[in-house]
Structures are given as C-alpha cells and as structure tokens.
Design a protein around this ligand. Structure first.
Ligand code: FAS
Ligand code: PHB
Length: 382
C-alpha cells in the first residue's frame, strides 16, 4: 500500500493497516519537526478518540486530553450552554491538539510500523486504472518510483493525488466564504472551562484551548488579512469586544496565522486503485470542528475495507467505500456550513440576515430538539 501524506489521515491509515497485517509505505514531503508543529485542529469526536485508543494511540490522549461535556454559545450579550452529553445520550468531545495526535502516531509508526519516509515529495501517480499503480516521488535529490497494490492520497488539499483521477471523471463541488480566521495561540489559561462560540455584529470569535495553561483563540477577519496587522493589544481588545459579557484573561500571543475558509468535496473518492482520504478529498470550514474527524472516519472505514479484502477476498466494503464516506462527508459539510453561517457576520450583511441568525441561535438554545441536532452533529454521528 502506498500512502501519500504523513498527516493524521496517512499516519492513522498506516497504523490501522499495520494492525491488520497489511504493509504500507508512508511518503511525507515535509520533515518530522515541521509536521509535528503545524497548528491545526483541536477537537476530537468521541468516535475519533475511541479509534485512537483502539489502535494503541490513546495513552497521552487519555492523560492530557480535556474531555468536554458541553460548549457555550454567546450572542446578544447572553451565554448559553449546550449540554452535549445530556443531548446525545452520553457523547462528549476531547480537546487534544492535532499536533499531539500526529506526534503520537509518528512515534508509533517509527517504533513498529512500516516505512515512514520524510522529505519524500510525491510528484505524480500513474497507472491508477491498472493493477499496479506507481507513485513517482523525489527524495534525497533523486527521483524514485514505488509500485503498489493500491495508492491512498492522504496528501491534503494541496496534494497531487487528486490529479490521478481523470478530469472527466472527477466532480468538484465548492463554496467560498467572505471571511477567514485569525488563529492565535496564547500563553494564558483559558478563561472558560469549555469552548465558547461567540456571535457578534463585529464578527465571530472562538475561545478554545490546548491545555490548562494555553489558549487557542480565533477571530473572524476579512479574507487577505495579514497577521502582522494584528499586534497582541489589538487581538485582545477585539476578543474583549466580541466576548461582550466577559473579559478573557490576557497573555503573550505565541503564534498567529490566517486560515481561509472553504467547503470543497471531490467525487468520487476512488478511481481504480487510487483512493483519496481526508483533506485530499474534502474541506470544511473549521467552525464545526469536523475536518480532522472526517479524515479519521475515512481511513477507519478504508482500513476495515482492506482488512476484509485481505481476510475474505471480498471487495464489497472497498467498492462501497467512496459512497459510504461521501454520505458522512456531505452531512459534515452541511453542519459546518450551518454553524459557519449562523455564527459569522459577513461583510455588508443585511439587518434581515442578522435577525435570521439570532432567530436560529434562539431556536438552538431554547428547543431541545434543535439543540440535540447540533449536539449530535458536533459530537459525531454514529
Ligand atoms: P493534512 O493536510 O493534515 O496532511 C497532508 C499531509 O500530506 C501533510 O503532512 C503534507 O505535508 C503532505 N503532503 C502534501 N503534498 C504531498 C506530496 N506531494 N508528497 C508527500 N506528502 C505531501 N480542522 C478542524 O477540525 N479544526 C481546526 O481548527 C482546523 N484548523 C486548521 C488550520 C489550517 C491552517 C488548516 C490547513 C486546516 C485546519 N483544519 C482544522 C483542518 C485540518 O485539521 C484537516 O482536516 C486535517 O489536517 C486533515 O488531515 P489530512 O487529511 O491528513 O491532511
Ligand atoms: C480548536 O481548538 O482548534 C478548534 C476548536 C473548535 C472548532 C475549531 C477549532 O470548531
């Protein structure tokens, strides 16, 4: 099995395949330090956490992860708690940074997994419609080839594997958003013990965390924002203004970057013996905390399909894999779109649209049915 990309999708797939006795090679273009420090997701659905535990990657997660039974919605100068556990019959989420999850999976892969080659940049995949697809890659100043039974593109939105699906076969669905997120790491304890999603006419703010001493914060900013235009003071003043009913504790900002928002789905997620998993196949705006969790779900399902093929010769799960994933992907696309448009104030937004948002927020915070729908999507549908 050739796996392109050593992010969460590629690393977890390699781990799950290894547990089923299936060999793989992971090709990662960056070096280990780069991959391990890349700031990304922070919230794991219960199913994601269970998958990591089941494959032996749960030790630090259980020691350092923060289990959250609820989230807060702030709007109209009021704060509302959604009791995720009560609304879903017992499901919660775990706050555990993607950087930590990647470190855990790399350590496991290097300890007893197959080859994980850093600095190996895949250039192209040929023979997707043959029984022996080939990955062409550059490593150590030379070009190499890797002939595989299957190739799985876990190389993210900017990867190359999608190109192995002929343009005439590939269908891409996408939507842009008129705003981005300024992501901030701050060396200060979170001011709330649960995540706070704040709607305000100045724009959205998210108060998350990485540990009891590190806050992870996000501010809605215009597309094309330069992080250098946001000195610490301005960041804290804007977070105060959007939090409205409370004042987050201030501290040194240790990292800031701008994340554009997109919804993208590539169909199908398979062509011949080349498959696409995670961000290589789909993107969601991070408001619903789905990106990483979708990647985990894709590869968990794929590992099951390959194990079934190996053990019984049946290709039934593998042949249905793309459709199975896409049903989950589109549900997450809708949830992420819904959370994003409910909470963000678009540039030039009409007063009518703002009242629609407030009506939706009132509904979600007053109707147990509407609240349960949000909670079920947020904690991950079975
Ligand atoms: P990834 O992009 O994580 O990994 C792909 C890997 O492939 C990378 O290591 C890359 O170096 C490698 N690669 C690319 N091209 C290659 C090539 N040609 N050859 C070899 N290797 C190659 N999701 C959330 O839920 N919450 C968030 O707050 C959040 N924040 C995000 C912030 C940013 C800046 C970005 C870009 C994404 C964010 N996401 C967030 C989504 C993110 O967490 C993804 O869903 C998650 O990383 C998906 O994992 P992978 O599919 O493994 O893709
Ligand atoms: C994060 O902590 O990075 C995070 C949490 C919840 C989200 C998005 C990002 O919806």
């Amino acid at each position: 099995m050739g796996i392109i990309g050593g992010g969460p999708a590629g690393l977890l797939l390699a781990r799950l395949l290894h547990r089923s006795g299936i060999d793989s090679v992971v090709l990662e273009r960056r070096d280990r330090a780069y991959v391990e420090r890349r700031q990304r997701a922070g919230v794991l659905e219960q199913g994601t956490a269970d998958t990591l535990r089941d494959c032996g990657a749960g030790e630090r997660l259980d020691r350092q992860g923060l289990v959250h039974h609820g989230i807060r919605l702030h709007y109209g100068r009021r704060s509302h708690r959604l009791d995720l556990r009560a609304l879903t019959g017992g499901r919660s989420v775990v706050v555990y940074a993607q950087t930590e999850l990647v470190k855990d999976l790399i350590a496991l892969q290097l300890a007893d997994g197959g080859p994980l080659v850093f600095g190996a940049r895949a250039l192209a995949v040929t023979g997707a419609d043959t029984a022996r697809p080939v990955v062409h890659y550059a490593h150590g100043g030379r070009e190499h080839t890797l002939t595989c039974d299957y190739v799985v593109g876990c190389d993210g939105f900017h990867g190359i594997t999608r190109d192995a699906v002929p343009a005439g076969t590939r269908r891409t669905y996408e939507r842009g958003y008129p705003y981005s997120w300024l992501g901030i790491l701050a060396g200060v304890p979170p001011s709330c013990d649960e995540l706070v999603y704040a709607h305000s006419e100045r724009g959205f703010a998210l108060f998350s965390m990485r540990s009891p001493t590190v806050s992870r914060l996000y501010l809605q900013v215009p597309n094309g924002t330069d992080p250098a235009d946001w000195p610490d003071e301005r960041i804290w003043d804007e977070l105060d203004a959007r939090a409205a009913t409370w004042q987050p504790a201030r501290g040194p900002v240790t990292a800031k970057s701008v994340l554009p928002m997109r919804s993208v789905v590539t169909e199908p997620m398979r062509y011949g013996r080349v498959l696409l998993a995670g961000d290589a196949a789909h993107l969601v705006p991070p408001t619903g905390a789905k990106g990483l969790n979708l990647a985990v779900a894709d590869v968990t399902e794929l590992a099951r399909a390959f194990a079934r093929l190996k053990d019984s010769g049946s290709a039934e799960l593998l042949d249905g894999w793309s459709d199975t994933c896409l049903r989950r992907v589109w549900r997450a696309e809708h949830f992420s779109y819904s959370m994003t448009t409910m909470l963000h104030t678009a540039p030039g937004q009409s007063a009518f649209d703002t009242r629609l948002q407030l009506s939706q927020l009132d509904r979600v915070t007053s109707s147990p049915h509407a609240a349960a729908e949000l909670a079920e999507n947020y904690t991950g549908l079975p």
